[in-house]
Design a protein around this ligand. Structure first.
Ligand SMILES: C[S@@+](CC[C@H](N)C(=O)[O-])C[C@H]1O[C@@H](n2cnc3c(N)ncnc32)[C@H](O)[C@@H]1O
Length: 504
């Protein structure tokens, strides 16, 4: 296939994880067949991230393009100045993201019209629709939130029906293939007591049932189970950690193939070894956390962390024999953010080195810590040190001494048992969710001497975003974007399966 042969229509695009992975797929001859024609996203900061990345993809092939983009990352150019250097590419990037945030459902006239134009111009060449209708209403966290809302009715929550917007686009574009991602909760979500997943599958197989527009039928395949007749809905579940992603992220991913296409798609190839947190984070500059709700000075931080270290050692002596191995003395004069890369011994597995570092920026992006309550710093130190001594098991609430119990009614009840969770160095991480934007307690760095939660860049590494992927917006918005995304490295593997199918 030629470069740009396959038109990609990206819906509910978030910061663009799926699109990034798919557009990075290359043939053995160097051609990149997938070309994103449109990315639709309603949230302004994610939309800005998408536009920046769309621009980067359009200029990355020239030296001037790469160096100018890097100058933007370094802060030597503003985004406006960068775009002015390449007005044509900037115009194309902005057209790709529709010039402004757009919501499927509310802004369908613009969105559908642009998709029509693109599909018509693309003619008989292959087309792919990708994207995941948002997950809040299906996700387990979303459901428990909804349970607290008086008079909440799932059948009235429009977020439960956004997949119908996806169907409308299938009817307009009639793509060869679609990729639809969602959270695991979609498999068990119910409306009016009825499971919705079988209905979603039925509608995806036959979009015209809902759209009333004549549309081809689709066969829906799993990317991990090698059969057309998937027996169990969990056969659609992809465990990202088995595919080179350093994170246990389990997502339902459906691969739809237009019924007239007779080739059968392959499945993803599992890796023998899982990638660990330390392998992908250890080369990032060390940082200290900040204090919230009190003066934030490095000397004060060092004193507090040093005191905490002594107390943590004492507390852990009761549970572990090897506490003398623990070094909890704070590092000297750490900063809260660093942009200068550091050369530490390489721990990264070979499959990810090039992936993270292709056209690596000369600075480290989005690597800045948050402030924490002083009392939480002690808990962080305890959690990280416990995890280290136990060989990679983060302590549950019951493992915390009473002296460290937070003032929380149901601290010891099941719901909060994992409240201070360290991402163990020697394992893959737990799922990076958008909750990381609220507080860092579930995402504590494994190094007790840094005593902090993960930065946006670290979360982005766990999600396999390349190092030059710039997240726009404020820090909270950046965390949300990272937590929402499909890991691009996984998406690339999905893209390869699609490319092979379309090549047949
Ligand atoms: C789970 S995220 C998608 C992640 C994306 N597929 C990726 O790989 O990065 C869902 C996104 O849909 C966006 N969204 C929600 N409702 C929308 C709507 N009606 N139209 C467009 N975008 C919407 C949300 O803002 C969120 O960024």
């Amino acid at each position: 296939m030629k470069t740009g042969e396959v038109l990609v229509i990206d819906l509910f695009a978030g910061p663009g994880g799926l699109g990034e992975g798919i557009s990075s797929v290359k043939h053995a001859n160097g051609n990149a067949p997938f070309q994103i024609g449109i990315s639709v996203e309603k949230e302004p900061s994610a939309h800005k991230t998408l536009t920046t990345r769309a621009f980067y993809r359009k200029v990355q092939d020239t030296k001037h393009g790469r160096s100018s983009y890097n100058a933007y990352l370094n802060g030597e150019l503003t985004r406006e100045e960068l775009f002015e250097l390449f007005p044509q590419k900037a115009e194309e990037a902005q057209q790709e993201t529709l010039y402004s945030p757009h919501a499927l459902g509310d802004d369908n006239q613009d969105i559908h019209q642009r998709i029509h134009q693109l599909v018509t111009a693309h003619g008989e060449r292959p087309k792919v629709v990708i994207g995941g209708p948002p997950c809040q209403a299906y996700s387990l966290a979303g459901r428990s939130r909804n349970a607290g809302i008086k008079d909440y009715k799932a059948e009235k929550d429009h977020r439960n029906f956004l997949y119908k917007e996806y169907l409308k686009v299938l009817s307009i574009a009639q793509p060869d293939v679609f990729v639809m991602e969602n959270v695991r909760g979609i498999l068990s979500a119910k409306i009016d007591g009825e499971l919705i997943f079988p209905n979603i599958l039925r509608d995806l197989r036959s979009p015209s049932r809902i759209t009333k527009i004549s549309t081809p039928r689709y066969k829906v395949f799993s990317l991990v189970v090698d059969t057309e007749n998937v027996n169990n809905p969990t056969d659609f579940l992809i465990r990202s950690e088995n595919y080179g992603v350093p994170q246990a992220r389990h997502r339902v991913i459906l691969l739809g193939v237009r019924a007239d296409i007779t080739s059968v798609p392959g499945v993803l190839t599992q890796r023998e070894e899982q990638t660990t947190v330390e392998q992908v984070l250890s080369d990032l500059p060390k940082l200290r956390s900040g204090f919230s709700k009190r003066k934030d000075e490095v000397k004060e931080w060092e004193i507090a962390v040093s005191k905490n270290g002594v107390q943590v050692k004492k507390l852990l002596k009761k549970q572990f024999k090897n506490t003398q191995e623990l070094d909890l003395k704070p590092f000297n004069k750490l900063n809260r953010s660093e942009t200068q890369p550091v050369i530490y011994p390489e721990k990264m597995p070979s499959h990810l080195i090039q992936w993270y570092r292709s056209n690596a920026p000369t600075c480290v992006l989005n690597h800045e810590t948050r402030g924490h309550m002083e009392s939480d710093l002690l808990r962080y130190a305890f959690s990280a040190a416990y995890t280290k001594l136990s060989g990679g098991t983060s302590p549950k609430a019951r493992d915390f001494p009473d002296a460290l119990a937070p003032d929380h009614e149901n601290w010891k009840s099941g719901a909060h048992a994992d409240r201070f969770r360290t991402q163990a160095a020697n394992k893959c991480s737990t799922t990076v969710t958008s909750h990381i934007s609220k507080d860092g307690h579930y995402f504590i760095h494994y190094d007790p001497k840094q005593c902090r939660s993960l930065t946006v860049r670290e979360a982005a590494r766990l999600q396999t975003f390349p190092d030059n992927y710039k997240f726009e917006g404020n820090r909270t918005q950046q965390y949300v974007q990272v937590g929402n995304a499909v890991p691009p490295y996984l998406a690339q593997q999905i893209g390869k399966v699609v490319m092979e199918l379309l090549d047949h």
